[in-house]
Write a protein that binds this ligand. Structure first.
Ligand SMILES: C[S@@+](CC[C@H](N)C(=O)[O-])C[C@H]1O[C@@H](n2cnc3c(N)ncnc32)[C@H](O)[C@@H]1O
Length: 258
């Protein structure tokens, strides 16, 4: 499915949100929508935060990133901890938390889990819409009394193309681990696509350049590159990893660069 190329605007209905909306529009170059549109995607800022909405009959509800409550908050409080496949894939060990460049941040779920387990994570996302949602979610999380301190310390957002950023890093800035979860072309694998992922697929489309990103990542990572794939999918760019770790629906392909 091709990406939506129309410009997605931001709508807000309360003067109290004017300053926050202006900061978001300015930072992520998002135009203002004077009124709720009648069709298509738009961003809405209200007292609960920023959400990606779809106007029209029978459309799914808003997509909002919430690191404090909801599934993410639950996963952080009661999740499988450092033994889970994601943590093992990036090489977490007792007393060792690698610093990670999440090259395809998306809705920030994997990056957030890794940070909650102790890693310093750079969330790099090239879509300004996704980056604005992440930025707003990080601000809300940083304000939370239970997770705010480590969120502020361990998570950082970059709105840019990871390939370009990784190529311009100085030697001392190279991350130990680069994590990639590129958008899989829709329809190739039968997975139950949830509302938020469906919206994401429509906004950004398939990541057709992920093979090039892998080449760049392999040169930039000090220890390893980890690629998340649907369990039955082939290797990215037919490039055989050094090893893989599997969970129920997912496979993490690990390319050692040490
Ligand atoms: C499948 S989603 C990632 C989901 C994410 N792992 C999560 O836990 O929410 C892929 C995301 O990577 C972003 N992306 C793909 N290639 C990128 C690149 N070269 N630089 C930055 N972001 C990229 C896409 O815009 C999309 O939002």
């Amino acid at each position: 499915m091709p990406a939506i190329t129309e410009h997605i605007g931001l709508v807000y209905h309360s003067d109290a949100l004017k300053k926050r909306a202006a900061l978001l529009m300015d930072r992520f170059d998002i135009p203002r929508c004077p009124a709720t549109p009648e069709s298509g995607f738009y961003l809405e800022l209200n007292e609960y935060g920023l959400a990606l909405c779809q106007a029209g009959p029978h459309m799914p509800g808003p997509v909002r990133i919430d690191f404090v409550g909801g599934t993410m908050g639950h996963r952080q409080r009661f999740g499988a901890g450092r033994g889970q496949p994601l943590a093992r894939a990036v090489g977490m060990k007792p007393g060792f938390n690698p610093d990670i460049w999440d090259a395809t941040a998306g809705l920030g779920r994997d990056g957030f889990v890794l940070a909650s387990l102790g890693c310093h994570v750079t969330l790099c996302e090239r879509s300004p819409i996704l980056a604005a949602l992440l930025h707003d979610a990080l601000l809300r999380a940083a304000d939370d009394s239970s997770i705010g301190a480590w969120v502020g310390d361990r998570l950082r957002l970059v709105n840019a193309d990871s390939g370009r950023q990784l190529q311009s890093l100085a030697e001392a800035q190279r991350p130990q681990v680069i994590y990639m979860d590129p958008m899989y072309p829709a329809g190739k694998v039968h997975v139950e696509v949830k509302k938020d992922m469906r919206a994401l697929q429509q906004i950004v489309g398939p990541d057709l350049d992920s093979g090039e990103l892998l080449d760049i990542a392999l040169r930039a990572a000090l220890r390893r590159v980890v690629i998340k794939r649907p369990k039955r999918a082939g290797f990215l760019h037919d490039r055989k990893p050094d090893t893989s770790i599997e969970s129920k629906k997912t496979r993490y392909d690990i390319y050692v660069t040490l």
